[in-house]
Design a protein. Sequence first.
Length: 131
Amino acid sequence: MFETFYSMTDTPFTREMPPQELYRSDLLDDIIDRLTYAAQRQLFAVVTGDCGTGKTTAIRQFSAALDVSAYKLLYLSDSKLTPRHFYKGMLEQLGCESVGTILRLRYNYTCIFGRHYSKLPRYSSWSMSVK
């Protein structure tokens, strides 16, 4: 309805909007730079923030610029994430077995990432908050 009134070709603020058409604020550029830093160093990154602060927008723009042959983005969006759901979600996105007890899930997760990061001297987690 308002699309016609304002002569819009698409509905604004939908997740279907191509990432290159999203507004690039200074804060968004900073978040993408930090995510790029983490990816280049093979670090884990966690993006947290209140509803509507641009977390999904930042991740969409960041993931659109990633070389899919060099990186695999694992994305969990759950405000009530438990350890069990964390391991299960990560393993499912990696295409691995994700059934069993929390101990089995954690063991599978550790084995997969242990193999994946065995060439690195150490790995660490890194997080940021969007305000």
